[in-house]
Design a protein around this ligand. Structure first.
Ligand code: FAQ
Length: 310
């Protein structure tokens, strides 16, 4: 019977259809998905911090309202993703515990500081841009709840990307100092944005199996290339350059050639040694501890309601 179930699973994956929570699945498929979805959820939640830094300092009411809405959306994405992980048997409180104990990863990109307001625009343009590039194919990932979550998340990320680009175009129409601020910000974020796609294919331990299971639809390098090709004309329209002397159109390949990100920096950031890793986790831990009374009150309230029902 278990052979039948495995064959059924393989057939669903081969057909490009969706595996649902009650379907049989290999243990490795389940654990890979829990790992990836949890890392993704943690990234959304930790990802509120770099831009959150500017909420009280946004230069106008309009910019503040936009930024507040965007940061709230990221919280929503995180909760949506934790729920998708729960359909696989994970427990949200346990996942949060693993994050603040440093036992589960979140995206390297959120370990860089945001010293200027232009960073809000650059994060929207490049970081949300890279996120969309990576997540649109995940709308077709083989696990149903994850794929469906990605549809709404991608719609909201597209809005985030546009607000970032619009912010930068406004600054580029401003003073020379504002234009310099945009270029300086783009110089800092370009390489970290390329690292978001993960290590090169030949040193990506999970890609082959995740592609075979239909969890990933493209390799890390394929998506990185797509992002570079997409970003170059946008940079031209904006009037900024990327800090890569090797970035050049290759007519033969029909793609841009580009330089190698500093993979030793990536490894260090993923290991916890980036500029803001400690701060990000400390802030998340403090928020979790400060919120303990709310969880306790909600649990006590739910218990009393149940008692009243009896
Ligand atoms: N940072 O074998 P692979 C957002 C880890 S967007 C840290 O290639 P895989 C929106 C990897 O987990 C950001 N760790 O792994 C937003 C693995 O760890 P292991 C979140 C990284 O999974 C915008 C090891 O290295 N998006 O939040 C990174 O097949 C603005 C080996 O790598 C997602 O998570 C990295 N950059 O491919 C929010 C998308 N790259 O095995 C706020 C979903 C790799 O030790 C503001 N995830 N690692 O546990 C994915 O598509 C994949 O997981 C990849 C990595 C492509 C990220």
């Amino acid at each position: 019977a278990s052979d039948d179930l495995a064959a059924q699973f393989d057939q669903i994956v081969a057909d490009g259809a969706r595996i649902e929570p009650r379907d049989w699945m290999p243990d490795g498929y389940r654990s890979t998905l829990i790992r990836q979805i949890a890392q993704h959820a943690h990234s959304e939640i930790i990802g509120m911090q770099p831009e959150g830094n500017w909420l009280t300092r946004a230069p106008s009411l309009r910019r503040k309202a936009i930024l507040m809405a965007k940061v709230q959306d990221e919280a929503g994405h995180g909760l949506y993703l934790y729920s998708a992980a729960e359909t696989l048997g994970a427990d949200r409180a346990d996942l949060t515990g693993k994050l603040i104990e440093g036992r589960q990863k979140y995206s390297s990109i959120f370990n860089y500081p945001t010293p200027t307001f232009a960073d809000v625009g650059t994060i929207g343009w490049l970081v949300d841009g890279a996120a969309i590039c990576n997540q649109v194919p995940l709308c077709r990932t083989s696990f149903g709840p994850y794929a469906r979550a990605m549809i709404r998340v991608c719609k909201e990320e597209s809005f985030h990307q546009r607000q970032g680009y619009e912010l930068l175009t406004t600054m580029m129409r401003g003073t020379p100092a504002q234009r310099r601020m945009v270029q300086e910000s783009v110089d800092r974020w370009w390489w970290p944005a390329l690292m978001m796609f993960g290590p090169p294919d030949d040193s990506s331990p999970n890609t082959a199996q995740s592609m075979a299971w239909g969890i990933k639809r493209h390799t890390n390098d394929e998506l990185r290339q797509r992002f570079v090709d997409m970003s170059v004309p946008q940079a031209e329209a904006l009037g900024v350059t990327f800090p890569d002397p090797d970035l050049v159109w290759n007519a033969e390949r029909g793609h841009h050639d580009f330089g190698e990100p500093d993979w030793s920096e990536f490894m260090e950031v993923v290991k916890g040694n980036g500029a803001t890793n400690l701060e990000r986790i400390a802030v998340r831990r403090a928020a979790h501890e400060d919120g303990a009374w709310v969880r306790d009150a909600a649990t006590a309230f739910a218990a009393r309601e149940q008692e009243d029902d009896r």
